[in-house]
Structures are given as C-alpha cells and as structure tokens.
Design a protein around this ligand. Structure first.
Ligand SMILES: CC(C)(COP(=O)(O)OP(=O)(O)OC[C@H]1O[C@@H](n2cnc3c(N)ncnc32)[C@H](O)[C@@H]1OP(=O)(O)O)[C@@H](O)C(=O)NCCC(=O)NCCS
Length: 229
C-alpha cells in the first residue's frame, strides 16, 4: 500500500511570516504576478509544500529549498523537488483553494479546479474521449459541469504525475465513469500505463473537483487534511 497525503489551504495573506520562506527565485516569481490573488496562490503553494516537506523530512521549514527547474526549458516554473530527498510533491491551485500532494518517492500529480464554471460543448469535445463525452449525455448543466471537471482533474492529475503535463493529448486517455471510483481504463500515450496508474477523486471543498494520481501498480491510501496556519 502506498501512502499519499494531500494538504489543502485557503489563500494565505502576503505577510512576512510566509514571504520569508521564499528564496530569491521564488520572490521573483511572486512579484511578477500582477493580481494579488495570483501572488497569494503561488505563495500558499510554496508555504504548504515547504511545510509538508519539512514535516516529512524532519527538517526546519526554513531549511527546505526547492529545485523547480522545468523539465522542458530549465526555467524555475516546474514541479518542486527537494534535491537528494525521496519525496515527491505536486502543487495545484484554483479559485480560493490550494493543495499539495506528497509521497515517499512515488510519482504523484494533484489537480484541483473550481467546478462553478460552465462546461460548454467545445471544451467537452476538446478534452474528453468519445466514451467520456457519451457519459455526459442527458445531464443538467450543473451535473455536466461536475462530471466534466471530474474527468478534467483526473486527466491533469495523471499528466502531472508523469511530469509532462498537458503535452499528453487529452483525448489519448479514458477514465471510468465520472460517478464510479476513478480508474484509468485506456491510454494510447506511452507515458501512461493503466496497469501502473492509480488515482482517487478527492473531497477538496464544496464547489471544487480534485483528483490525485500516483504512478504505481500498488493500492494507494490517500489522506486529505485541511491545513491552517
Ligand atoms: C503543469 C500544468 C498541467 C499546470 O496546470 P494548471 O491547471 O494551469 O495549474 P495547477 O495549479 O494545477 O498546477 C500548477 C503547478 O504545477 C506544477 N508544475 C509545473 N510544471 C509541471 C509539470 N510539467 N508536471 C507536473 N507539475 C508541474 C508547479 O508546481 C505549478 O505550481 P507553481 O508554479 O505554483 O509551483 C501545465 O502548466 C502544463 O502542462 N505544463 C507543462 C508542459 C508545458 O507547458 N511545458 C512548457 C513550459 S516551457
């Protein structure tokens, strides 16, 4: 059984007690965001991830430094890693909810999305495989949005677990029905093997859909925690 913990938080204020945890590169990213809420979401992702890493590694939070080099271009906007540590992290933010997932070395991907947006036909046709589109027939607008964002967060979660993100074609993978336990059924992309992919739809908060994915053939045990600072 592989354990995975997911911490959730509302956006933290841009206060010194949190800002002091950012290194120079992270400060640069923080100031570059124009919207206050974007700054807060970025800051909260880092504070959550560093606090969780510190707890798991038995270090002081001030001592946690991330390498966030993008696997494509080397710029510091990739997934965070603690050099030399057997710890995998995944950050996601949407609306007023920020999450981080952690495992002891198993590749992990987390995605959260506000489900208050409408899921229009062009988005559905762009993102869902024919079998998934079929499952949305006959639903009310609200039900369709919930079902669509269930599929969407599952897709982003598995893609983030591979580190490739949205470079994997959205339609190349098909999941179990939105109202059934999350399972990757079909993948025509070599980065994702259904036999080695486990995922779970998360509770997150009302008005949000979220999923976490681990690249493993073992069963997974996921714990969600509301973290307050
Ligand atoms: C990763 C990705 C799916 C983000 O999706 P999103 O819904 O906009 O944003 P989320 O809030 O869920 O996730 C953002 C977090 O994903 C993480 N992340 C970035 N790149 C990632 C990747 N390739 N794989 C996994 N996680 C990644 C980061 O931690 C980021 O948060 P941070 O910048 O605050 O640290 C999307 O940006 C993507 O596909 N990127 C990789 C491919 C790409 O575009 N490469 C070209 C860049 S040179």
């Amino acid at each position: 059984m592989i354990d995975c913990v997911v911490w959730w938080s509302a956006p933290l204020p841009n206060e010194q007690r949190f800002l002091r945890l950012l290194d120079e590169t992270e400060h640069g990213r923080h100031v570059a965001y124009r919207q206050e809420l974007d700054k807060q979401r970025f800051l909260t992702g880092r504070v959550l991830a560093k606090t969780l890493a510190a707890e798991r590694l038995g270090r002081a939070v001030e001592a946690i430094r991330f390498d966030s080099a993008c696997e494509d271009c080397g710029k510091p906007h990739g997934r965070p890693k603690v050099p030399g540590a057997d710890l995998m992290l995944s950050i996601s933010h949407s609306g007023d909810l920020i999450g981080v997932a952690a495992t002891s070395g198993t590749p992990v991907g987390l995605d959260v999305e506000t489900a208050k947006r409408r899921a229009d036909n062009s988005l559905i046709e762009y993102a869902l495989s024919p079998a998934e589109q079929q499952a949305l027939h006959g639903l009310t607008d609200d039900e369709r949005a919930t079902a669509f964002f269930t599929y969407w967060t599952r897709k982003e979660a598995v893609m983030k677990a591979t580190g490739k993100g949205l470079k994997i074609p959205l339609q190349s993978i098909t999941f179990s029905a939105y109202d059934k336990p999350a399972e990757l059924i079909v993948s025509s992309d070599s980065a994702l093997d259904p036999a080695r992919t486990r995922l779970k739809d998360l509770k997150a908060r009302d008005g949000y859909r979220a999923a976490v994915a681990l690249l493993t053939s073992e069963d997974i045990n996921v714990t969600e925690v509301d973290r307050e600072f």
